[in-house]
Design a binder for this molecule. Sequence first.
Ligand code: PLP
Length: 418
Amino acid sequence: MIQALSPSINGNGVFRDDAHATRKTLVRPTFLPFALPDTDETEIEAMVATVRSGWITTGPRTRQFEQEFAQYVGAKHAIAVNSCTAALHLSLEAIGLTSEDEVITTPYTFAATTEVIRYFGARPVLVDVCPDDFNMNPALLEAAITPKTRAIIPVHIAGLAANLDEIHRIATEHGLYVIEDAAHAFPAKYKGRMIGRASNQVQPSFVCFSFYATKTITTGEGGMICTDDDRLAERCRIMALHGISKDAWKRYTAEGSWYYEIVAPGYKYNMTDIAASMGLAQLTKAEKMWRRRCAIAARYNQAFGALAELQTPYDRQDSQHAWHLYMLRLHQAQLTIDRAQFIEKLKQLNIGTSVHFIPLHLHPYYSQTYGYKPLDFPVAYREYQREISLPIYSKMSDEDVEDVIQGVLEIIEQCKTA
Ligand SMILES: *Cc1c(COP(=O)(O)O)cnc(C)c1O
């Protein structure tokens, strides 16, 4: 049975009542991808202009993107790199991480967050997440800290900030760096402060963003390191481009010089001007794209909020959710099918979904290296098994959103126990 459609959800009037009126079957004629970048002629023209300019790799566009991004989030320094993984790696390099050290993060994240710790031979120490928002549980932090601990990497899952007050308080008390994995968290706020803007914590910290193709703004591949610490920013900048002492990218300009000095064996993590010109165009749309995602989240919440079979994502009044992901959860006891079957049924309706995340401790590398068992992190393990991420991106039409809602409602109607 298909429920009656609700009228449009708010003053924005984003959803039409008749979004579904012309469709005769539940199955979409075309597959709805889980994620799509929101690009148009603006990005294309910006990139073409960069190519025409003759300067296609790191240069003036990258510097402009760094400045505008820094201004947007309120950071003193923003260093553009070619991925968030590179941003996390460079942050750990800048604090001088060694193979003797430990870094605390959570199992509820993507491969990148812990692989960068392993690049140094250091040990990732995992703490479980909160059941409401999938973010690091600060109550478990103190017990995980040892004399070897150097840093904490909280991940702002889905775009909702982790408990930064508590994490920074504990970090400061123990002299630890905080490196925020903000791959999902643009544009997001924690208690009125943009993610990326430094708080007045004692320890310097980093915030790392991703511009991967599926993220809230994209450069195809790309990332940004934000920090207010001059020395750490300089180290990241140097190591992002071969460990060359100063403005390596300028050596082919009129004001540059052929002379340079290698001060450390650096990496090749610089962002290209082609990518940066796309980033600049995306930045001007970030707010509009975010508003659209908020409207989609509100529409989903309205459609699913009252159902006993579903748990809608947690949100907080004092923070701004970036709504990079819409992490729906199933109440398994109310359903005759499991999460995998639910996903399969949505796929048959031509609706793409995803799962965020398969906790790291379940993956062969981490379970074999550290001997983790699934129930070592019971909250991550339990919540993972009932999570489905629904499509939420600004390119979705009203019809796309209604297709997802009708698909989910139909499956529940078929497969509910009561
Ligand atoms: C996407 C993602 C990353 C990695 O970003 P890249 O830009 O692809 O390197 C890191 N952490 C989380 C939580 C992510 O979702």
